[in-house]
Design a protein around this ligand. Structure first.
Ligand SMILES: Cc1ncc(COP(=O)(O)O)c(C=O)c1O
Length: 431
């Protein structure tokens, strides 16, 4: 698929035709200088789309790192409403936070350290991903201490060179696990791995990793593992590598409506809706003559009589300083790059001419849906030389997350019918 134009707009700088979308000013709650508005209906719809694409494989929505910055708990509930039957996180603390919020859906956490909260996780019915010999000892100890069988998924390194055991170490790891499975301490539920270059689905490493994973599954089954779940695919592989889907897919970025392979397909191409919009309220407007230097270092100098607008979002809020002078912002029908340096608390916009219509209190869109001239998180990623994952995940804690859509963030627990029955581990934990 061809590379899409930035944010759907024709030019980085220009006047955008009249909008059909809700005005930004109606989306930023009154009284707030800024907010990340998160559309939970978009999250649910994205998961439903991924579920349809996954063609029979179960969907584990990855909600680590505070739901990629979107707010883990509301996003988790929205994902379950959209048809995810699993939630995936990196750390045990994240899994425990899901449980503490009353979420009973199956949860897998895959990044642990010695001395981690294994006992609490096992007692809470959290599945643990493991790929190191020391974890076998830790989960066995946790199972003995709690009287709960630990459910584990073996992680194999099929080529990423990051987490997971080496293929050569898999037989010994399995032998250790199956020995304590026979004692009732663990249940080896699954085997999984992670892809290195799925954003380039035709990369030879992808097929090589699928083959290596298939071989690892065979090794595990021959060793006697009664596997329920084989899983390998992240967002890009879910969407573009059918052979990587196995029993369950683990999409993250696509749940939030962002393309995992922006060089090949936009969110819209993939029928995904960006869930987060980063909005800031204009703090100050002033008219200046040509020759006015703007922001630290005066790297931007106005070239005409123009209007400057001050937006209270800066690198302290996660707006990348790297993107200064290129990060696009939509305000009052102007789509303009940030003028000069991104500061800690603010950016300045040069509206490219006098505009008496833009006023303090108006709302600027740093990124959002990509429709009606709104820039996207991908546009900011392009401007900063990074990936959209980093743009949304690094939005700071000073920026309130304002959740909209039909899954209110304050719901105490999962929605009726959205969550499958309790886990075996959870049942045992209740005894
Ligand atoms: C093990 C694992 N699975 C799935 C994902 C989701 O990846 P993506 O956001 O690219 O879909 C991640 C995220 O990094 C991960 O670490």
């Amino acid at each position: 698929m061809p590379r899409r134009p930035p944010g759907g707009g024709e030019t980085l700088t220009g006047v955008i035709p009249a909008s059909t979308a809700p005005a930004a000013s109606t989306r930023l709650p009154a009284g707030l200088p800024s907010a990340a508005v998160v559309d939970l209906d978009a999250v649910a719809a994205n998961v439903a789309e991924l579920r349809a694409v996954a063609a029979g494989a179960a969907v584990m929505a990855v909600v680590k790192a505070d739901g990629y910055g979107h707010g883990m708990l509301p996003v988790a509930r929205a994902a379950l409403r959209g048809g995810a039957t699993w939630l995936g996180v990196a750390q045990l603390g994240e899994a425990l936070a899901l449980r503490a919020a009353g979420i009973t859906a199956p949860v897998l956490a895959w990044l642990t350290v010695p001395g981690d909260r294994f006992a609490a996780a096992v007692a809470a019915g959290v599945d643990v991903g493991l790929g190191a010999a020391w974890t076998v000892t830790e989960v066995a100890t946790a199972a003995r201490a709690t009287g709960v069988t630990a459910r584990v998924h073996v992680k194999v390194d099929t080529g990423l060179g990051r987490g997971g055991c080496r293929a050569v170490d898999l037989p010994d790891l399995l032998a250790d696990l199956l020995r304590i499975e026979a004692e009732g301490l663990v249940r080896v539920v699954g085997i999984f791995s992670h892809l290195a270059s799925s954003d380039t689905p035709g990369d030879p490493s992808v097929a090589a990793q699928v083959a290596a994973f298939t071989a690892a599954v065979e090794v595990a089954e021959r060793a006697g593992a009664r596997l329920e779940l084989r899983h390998l695919a992240n967002s890009a592989a879910t969407l573009a590598v059918p052979g990587a889907r196995f029993d369950l897919v683990r999409p993250g970025i696509a749940v939030y409506g962002l393309s995992p392979m922006p060089d090949l397909a936009s969110s819209a191409d993939l029928r995904l809706r960006p869930a987060m919009a980063l909005l800031g309220r204009v703090a100050l407007v002033k008219d200046v003559p040509p020759g006015q230097g703007v922001s630290y270092g005066l790297t931007h100098v106005t070239t005409t009589d123009t209007t400057l607008a001050l937006i209270p979002l800066g690198y302290g809020d996660g707006v990348p300083r790297h993107a200064g002078a290129a990060g696009p912002v939509l305000l009052g029908g102007h789509r303009v790059p940030v003028a000069g340096s991104v500061c800690m608390d603010q950016v300045v916009l040069d509206l490219g001419g006098r505009d008496g219509a833009v006023r303090a209190g108006d709302v600027a869109v740093l990124f959002g849906s990509g429709r009606d001239g709104e820039p996207t998180a991908q546009d900011w990623a392009d401007a900063a030389g990074t990936i959209s994952y980093e743009i949304v995940t690094r939005i700071g804690t000073r920026v309130p997350r304002h959740h909209v859509g039909s899954v209110p963030s304050e719901l105490p627990g999962p929605l009726p019918g959205a969550v499958p029955g309790p886990l075996p581990g959870a049942r045992e934990a209740a005894r």
